[in-house]
Design a protein around this ligand. Structure first.
Ligand code: AMP
Length: 309
């Protein structure tokens, strides 16, 4: 199974991705985790991304795409993956489709974890992570037994550097402006699933499985992304091509018989002689699975846009 988890910071993508990775035995690929480990080990890459991460801004597409390209080529990603925190903008989503097209491994779907703004704030400010085993806690909703100490292994709990109020504000704004448009992108392509992300980890996980099981069992085939856009010609080439067309239309009209002259410069008629304009059907309207009342043009997620500001 190949899925993208979408959702605001604090929506629970990481927690659910870990559980899904165990359930489906596929790697959980988190660009945030990969960048944090580069930062922690002091690699040149880590130094390069530090300022953007500390400020809650996005790291450059080139860097993130390089990391993802390499990761998706690893052997463990051949049987599937869960992408968490990637893509984060439209350009990254398009590059991902391009990479997966080359690998012949299209996405099964993107899953939006839908969570209200107040809940996001509480989760982000209260979040603590064990620096040894990665267990996650929340001082408000799921506190450890001893302050700042992991229940599982006893190691110290860490408050992520970018989980302070200023940076959280930036991260939510970046999500609104750059990442949230992906919800509409995948929705319009018929590749979006939406899961209510409020509730206990196990409740949300059950909802995730309800959504993903038909895909995991092969009962639903992935919907392919639209083909890549045809590359635009350079302005000079476009002008030359247009000139060429004009010239050939003029030449055709000079050599044509009188009844043909009226057609010169118009699109050629088909072999059957019909030159009717091709009628294009309007694109099929995508549906949100399981939401009988959801209108495609106004998904629930989009209607909450104001709350996240
Ligand atoms: P996360 O753990 O997903 O919240 O990511 C933490 C930080 O890593 C973000 O605030 C960004 O600075 C950076 N980051 C993670 N994923 C991406 C991405 N796909 N594109 C750009 N920056 C990213």
């Amino acid at each position: 199974m190949r899925i993208v988890l979408l959702g605001a910071p604090g929506s629970g993508k990481g927690t659910q991705a870990k559980k899904l990775a165990v359930k489906y035995r596929i790697p959980h690929i988190s660009t945030g985790d990969l960048l944090r480990s580069a930062l922690a080990s002091g690699t040149p890459l880590g130094l390069q991304v530090k300022a953007a991460m500390d400020a809650g801004q996005l790291v450059s597409d080139d860097i993130v795409l390089g990391i993802i390209r390499e990761r998706l080529r690893s052997s463990d990603a051949k049987k599937g993956f869960i992408l968490d925190g990637f893509p984060r903008n439209i350009a990254q989503a398009q590059s991902l489709d391009g990479m997966l097209r080359i690998l012949n491994q299209p996405l099964d779907c993107a899953v939006l974890m839908d969570v209200d703004f107040d809940v996001l704030m509480q989760r982000l400010t209260g979040r603590r992570t064990c620096e040894n085993c990665g267990a996650t806690y929340n001082i408000y909703t799921n506190p450890p037994r001893l302050d700042d100490q992991c229940d599982r292994c006893g190691a110290a709990l860490r408050h992520r550097a970018d989980d302070n109020e200023v940076t959280i504000g930036n991260r939510l704004r970046v999500y609104e402006s750059q990442t949230k448009p992906l919800v509409d992108l995948y929705l319009n392509q018929g590749r979006l699933e939406s899961v209510n992300g409020v509730g206990s980890e196990d409740e949300v996980f059950r909802r995730m499985l309800n959504t993903l099981e038909p895909i995991a069992r092969g009962l639903r085939k992935p919907k392919l992304p639209p083909p890549p856009p045809v590359k635009a010609k350079s302005p000079a080439k476009a002008a030359l091509a247009a000139k060429g067309k004009l010239l050939s239309a003029e030449a055709a009209s000079k050599t044509a018989k009188p009844q043909q002259k009226a057609q010169a410069g118009k699109p050629a008629a088909s072999k059957t002689g019909s030159a009717k304009p091709v009628s294009r059907k309007p694109a099929a309207q995508p549906k949100l699975r399981g939401k009988k009342t959801a209108k495609p043009s106004r998904p629930k997620a989009a209607s909450k846009r104001k709350k996240h500001r």
